[in-house]
Design a binder for this molecule. Structure first.
Ligand code: PNW
Length: 506
């Protein structure tokens, strides 16, 4: 058996195209991603309103590891031309960034639209288009107007209406030039970390309750913004609208049935909650996990499940409401039904899931405690989602690797991570996955949320000590540039200089 397998691999290896020569399609979109609060600064420039990250970092500075904040960040509010110059240096096809809700609508509602806010994004977008770079815009990357948080934020049943009105202003303002829309970035991090824990703003820590309320109204809000685009803008503007979900890989520790089921429960708890209502054939929250939460809620004396159900009408409205599946992928875990189980707060999502997770020591570790390089995890994610959700169109909307601030410009660990991830993208394309693009996180170092400036994800290093926030390319920037230019991953490529140029006259 073993001999046959080895022979098979050898023969396949000979007849298949050598890995080095596999090419990305010409229309594959190579890009980088960023988010408003992490790069822009200008937190109160012109008439911008306060966001939940402004509020939290100003009122509770110690929740951030180094007590830093995004008041200035990489100062893209003033450095936007340099940002676009970096995109040209890399030869990017696309650039994913987010719009700050409170920069466009200072009060959160559409009664007052900020002219200065709209003007800033117009300049940014026009500068990209001037050089043939396709903008991909996220409507919401975590910076809710504080005034809406004061009213309950994502836990308020009216949230979907507020979001729809904000989306309308954004489509009206930029939709003549922006053709790729992402409603939300990472529902899990918004709902679980922000409402069901205290690891992101608004640090509500309403464990096992707030996260599920948020999940329901976020999904409904997404569907509203999707239908609005579809019904009122798509025909004239001709773009597409989807959502980005963080899909880390959760694999069963052993091949026992119990562990397989435990891994499935954890996948449902982490991202199935958001993917299932939108992308599955039957709609609604994932069945087995919802049953678990309902059962635990009953045992705990709640009169209803802590995970609110969708009505049939809501299920219908949400099902199929996305033109593509945006995947943010970073890390992987092995899941067990009986081993490595921690004590969790009751009630909480992690207690509801009730499974153990494990990361083998041999998986390379980044500067972020949660981020390791598991084997072939992007390929496993993409083929799993393709099967489960009937072959949707995909973009990898984020993927990246962190290093400590002291690590400098020679980032071979980041290069290793990117090359492995991109090989997986080619494998996925070979396996028939409809993968249309890849956005590296991130164009440059930025404010890494609760970790402040202590973890760096940039292809470009940013000097946060210097008021001008100068950007310098890391070695990974040159390697990514070479891949984009040749559409091939050459594992032996070494840049012969660390000086950037703009090629192709772009
Ligand atoms: C993403 N996890 O967050 C965000 O979209 C970015 O804004 C962020 O800077 C980047 O990844 C790096 O952290 C994540 O625990 C945070 O698996 C946590 C996880 C995944 C993504």
């Amino acid at each position: 058996m073993k001999v046959a397998l080895v022979l098979c691999v050898v023969l396949l290896g000979c007849s298949a195209i050598p890995k080095q020569e596999r090419r990305f399609p010409d229309d594959f979109l190579f890009g980088t991603a960023t988010a408003s609060y992490q790069i822009e600064g200008g937190w109160n420039a012109d008439d911008k309103g306060e966001s939940i990250w402004d509020y939290m970092t100003h009122n509770h500075p110690h929740v951030i590891k180094d007590s830093s904040n995004g008041d200035i960040a990489a100062d893209s509010y003033n450095n936007y031309k340099r940002d676009v110059e970096m995109m040209r240096e890399l030869g990017l096809d696309a650039y994913r960034f987010s719009v700050a809700w409170s920069r466009i609508l200072p009060d959160g509602f559409s009664n007052r639209v900020s002219e200065a806010g709209v003007a800033f994004y117009n300049k940014y977008i026009d500068e990209m288009l001037k050089y043939g770079i396709t903008p991909m815009v996220t409507l919401y990357h975590w910076d809710l107007p504080q005034k809406l948080q004061d009213l309950g934020g994502f836990a308020n049943p009216l949230f979907p209406e507020w979001f729809e009105e904000y989306a309308r202003v954004v489509y009206e303002s930029f939709g003549d030039r922006v053709k790729h829309w992402i409603t939300f970035n990472e529902p899990r991090e918004i709902c679980y970390e922000g409402y069901g824990a205290a690891t992101k703003a608004p640090i509500l820590n309403a464990t096992g309750i707030g996260n599920y309320l948020c999940a329901k109204y976020l999904v409904l809000a997404h569907a509203r913004a999707y239908h609005l685009y579809n019904n009122q803008y798509k025909a004239s503007q001709g773009g597409e609208c989807g959502i980005t979900i963080s899909v880390n890989w959760f694999e069963s520790l052993t091949d026992s049935e119990e562990d397989e089921f435990a891994a499935e429960i954890r996948r449902q708890a982490e991202w199935g909650q958001y993917a299932e209502p939108i992308f599955s054939a039957q709609g609604g929250f994932p069945k087995e996990f919802a049953e678990r939460v309902a059962q635990k809620s009953a045992e705990q004396g709640y009169p209803w499940s802590r995970m609110p159900d969708f009505t049939e009408e809501e299920k219908q409205y949400v099902r199929g409401a996305s033109d593509f599946f945006g995947v943010n992928h970073y890390t992987a875990y092995l899941i067990s039904a009986t081993e490595h189980i921690s004590q969790y707060v009751v009630p909480s999502l992690m207690d509801d899931a009730g499974v153990g997770s494990y990361v083998p020591e041999e998986w390379p570790q980044s500067a972020s405690s949660w981020l390791t390089q598991g084997p072939n995890s992007i390929l496993k994610v993409l083929t799993h989602l393709k099967e489960k959700y009937n072959d949707p169109k995909f973009y990898i909307t984020e993927n990246g690797w962190s290093s400590p601030p002291s690590s400098g410009l020679l980032d071979d660990d980041r290069i290793r991570y990117y090359r492995a991830a991109l090989e997986n993208c080619l494998d996925a394309i070979d396996a028939g996955v409809r993968l249309q693009g890849y956005m590296a996180w991130s164009l440059m170092d930025n404010f890494e949320w609760m970790e402040g400036l202590t973890e760096r994800f940039g292809l470009y290093q940013v000097d946060f000590e210097d008021p001008a926030r100068p950007r310098t390319p890391r070695k990974s920037a040159f390697v990514y540039k070479q891949i984009i230019k040749t559409r091939v991953i050459d594992h032996s490529y070494e840049p012969d200089t660390m000086t950037m140029t703009i090629d192709d006259g772009r």
